[in-house]
Design a binder for this molecule. Structure first.
Ligand code: ATP
Length: 696
């Protein structure tokens, strides 16, 4: 019986078909898969360039295009098109095996030949060519074959390459796009070739090539798997992974591993696949975690789509780190009595007054969290020698002794009243797990790792035994929106030699990404492992409009402008649920909802985990983490609101804390802007924020 493979483009088109046609497609291929003489169902294409393309009847009007192997029985579903289009499509194209990756490639030979003539004419008069800096040898090493090489050599402009995306062989186009974006041949090699170097591939063995092409073709084994793939045709991420994503998901790591990468590069997708991969190993419980309950909600939703088997799903526990901490705490001590923020401030104030100290409560609070709890300091001696990296204000030995006294008094009073903060619950849970031989998890996968505090890292470290595939961390320090600067090494997590960087953005157009990267360019941001992180090479292969950047005199003018922008998107056919509005402050969120609603645009302020399907989502920049919208307006980006007065320590008080606060605000704006998929509008009233300086 034949094996079926489904091409990514097929699934994309299937998603757009009317339901009755979808049902007929499913039926036709389920029947095909069960037939003992597959060839009988297929029709040859007359005048084909490549006689391995066949068609299959779906209805009188629709045909599927199938790649049939000369030997073997793996049939790849490439297209579903109206009858005549299906034949024209198949006549123009050929299939081949990429010499470097061994993966299948389809090209529109007619289009390549037609456009090459015109491009060669332009090239004659061009002073420089697009790939002058790359040798033929390098191009061939990266899998560029003779026809694509000849095409690449007549290109003078990246725009011509963009236009060729639909007809060049996919992987070869990716290579050229990477080089055109400024990656070196070695960097492109690392992205595309590293996983599969050194083999010689049989150019005629299409079945083997299909089996290697997991980034664009999925092999389905039986009707159940076919249905499982066709059930969520929009969620391509469930089925097709970039080779670097796939390699990372399926790697065996001897210890903790880390994946970094700019916004939209599929880090969460990798975390979800990794959790499923580990659960399928069936060697112990898997924890999939992150730092907020909202984000945990979207991880659960993603996992529900990805994992079809209840048995596998049950092996994965999805909960945020604080939930884990409280669970462990409760199991040993019962529910903690929690101190709220107001009570905490009051307690600090009374300690300061009682001791007559020259420190503010904000300073002591941060010192307690960022030094004492972060490093698990428990004695005066330990505190005297503790690292205070990033704490700005220097303290002499006498001042350290005073600070220690205050913190000790504070802790003493908490103990007296049996009161706890979330951080203390976390630290206590870590202590309990450290002393426990039987760990609750065999594997832990962490999303948005950049925002976890040191105490939370200690808890995770203590919740799993050291060993192969113990911890898998996914994050982007350029998107850190809380102030936890953590050195993984300091919390007992060594990722050296087990780090991967993702660079291809699947979410945002190149125009929006380039503009947003301008917000963080040149900012020295740590990599959580003693070095600096870099977003170099982060790129998108989708194109669209430039962001619109608009200043208004008054708030009312900006809100009217927002309403007009959103109405413009709706009139262009964008659905309300595909539109987002982000603001730094809650009051501006509420004002935006009011204005939009008054203008008869359905809009809601985001609160819990749910994002409305039929209304514009309006939320704070913090709330935007983990979301994405086709069109997004970021409003109120003015000098008083971004950053808000009061959220940033003044440079005169503490230069280092000031820098850190400004960086956090910059990253927050970066997070907000990179939630846009196709269109981004940024606006302000009054004077624009200094964070927008230099950005047009
Ligand atoms: N291999 C893939 N194929 C198709 N789509 C993908 C793939 N990987 C990721 N995506 C899509 O790209 C978008 C961004 O993915 P994801 O949220 O995992 O990125 P991220 O790196 O975690 O983003 P951020 O850091 O900005 O939150 C999502 O819409 C996701 O479905």
């Amino acid at each position: 019986m034949p094996s079926l493979a489904i091409d990514r483009d097929f699934l994309r088109e299937y998603a757009k078909l009317e339901k009755p046609v979808q049902d007929r497609v499913t039926e036709a291929f389920a029947k095909f898969e069960q037939s003992s003489h597959a060839g009988q169902h297929l029709e040859k294409v007359s005048n084909a360039r490549d006689d391995r393309f066949r068609t299959i009847r779906i209805t009188q009007f629709w045909r599927g295009v199938v790649l049939a192997p000369e030997s073997g029985d793996t049939y790849t579903l490439l297209k579903v098109l109206p009858h005549d289009d299906a034949y024209v499509w198949a006549q123009r194209r050929s299939a081949s095996v990429n010499a470097t990756t061994g993966r299948i490639e389809i090209r529109d030979v007619s289009a390549i030949m037609d456009s090459m003539t015109g491009l060669a004419g332009i090239a004659k008069h061009a002073p420089v060519m697009l790939f002058d800096g790359v040798s033929d040898a390098d191009l061939r090493r990266l899998g560029i074959d003779e026809q694509t090489l000849a095409f690449a050599r007549v290109l003078t402009d990246p725009v011509q390459l963009d236009a060729a995306r639909s007809f060049l062989p996919g992987t070869q186009w990716d290579v050229l796009a990477g080089l055109a974006a400024g990656l070196s041949p070695e960097e492109v090699w690392a992205e595309l070739g590293e996983a599969i170097v050194g083999e010689h591939y049989d150019p005629d063995d299409l079945s083997a090539a299909v089996a290697r092409s997991s980034d664009r073709v999925v092999l389905v084994d039986g009707p159940d798997e076919l249905l499982a793939v066709l059930r969520h045709p929009f969620a391509l991420w469930r089925v097709y992974l970039h080779p670097v994503q796939r390699k990372t998901v399926e790697a065996h790591y001897r210890g903790p591993a880390r994946v970094s990468g700019g916004p939209g590069t599929g880090k969460t997708v990798v975390a979800l696949h990794r959790a499923r991969y580990l659960a399928r190993l069936d060697d112990g419980p898997v924890l999939l975690t992150t730092f907020t309950s909202t984000l945990t909600g979207s991880l659960s939703a993603g996992l529900k789509l990805l994992v079809e088997s209840d048995q596998v799903r049950e092996r994965i526990d999805v909960r945020n780190v604080d939930q884990l901490a409280h669970q462990v705490f409760r199991d040993h001590h019962g529910a903690p009595r929690l101190l709220d923020a107001g009570q905490e401030n009051e307690l600090w104030r009374s300690v300061i007054t009682a001791l007559g100290l020259p420190f503010s409560e904000a300073f002591l609070k941060q010192e307690w969290r960022q030094v004492i709890l972060a490093q698990n300091v428990s004695t005066a001696q330990e505190y005297l020698s503790a690292k205070r990296t990033g704490r700005g204000r220097r303290l002499g030995p006498r001042q350290r002794a005073e600070v220690w006294q205050a913190i000790w008094d504070f802790s003493q009073r908490l103990r007296e009243y049996d009161l706890w903060t979330h951080e203390m619950v976390c630290a206590e849970a870590a202590r309990l797990l450290e002393g426990q031989a039987d760990k609750p998890y065999r594997h832990i996968v962490v999303d948005e790792a950049q925002d976890l505090s040191p105490a939370q890292w200690r808890l995770l470290r203590a919740a799993v035994d050291r060993g192969p595939n113990d911890l898998f961390l996914v994050g982007d320090t350029h998107q850190r929106i809380y102030s936890h600067v953590v050195s993984l090494r300091d919390v007992g997590i060594e990722v050296a030699g087990r780090s991967t960087r993702l660079t291809l953005n699947y979410r945002t157009t190149a125009e929006i990404l380039a503009w947003s990267l301008g917000l963080v360019r040149g900012e020295p941001i740590d990599d959580m492992d003693g070095g600096l992180d870099s977003l170099a090479g982060c790129r998108s292969e989708m194109h669209g409009m430039l962001p619109t950047i608009t200043g208004y005199h008054r708030k009312s003018g900006e809100l009217d402008g927002l309403s007009a922008t959103v109405r413009g998107w709706l009139e262009a056919g964008v659905k309300p649920g595909e539109i987002g509005v982000a603001a730094r402050a809650r009051w501006l969120v509420d004002a935006a909802v009011k204005v939009l609603t008054a203008d008869s645009v359905p809009a809601v302020a985001l609160t819990g985990a749910a994002v409305p399907a039929d209304a514009v989502s309006v939320g704070t920049m913090h709330r935007m983490k983990g979301l994405e919208f086709r069109c997004l307006a970021v409003i109120g980006v003015n000098d008083k609101s971004v950053p808000p007065v009061g959220a940033v320590t003044s440079a005169a008080d503490d230069a280092s804390a000031h820098r850190q606060d400004m960086q956090r605000e910059r990253c927050l704006l970066f997070v907000a802007c990179t939630r846009a998929r196709e269109q981004l509008s940024v606006s302000w009233h009054g004077d624009r924020s200094e964070l927008l300086a230099g950005l047009g």
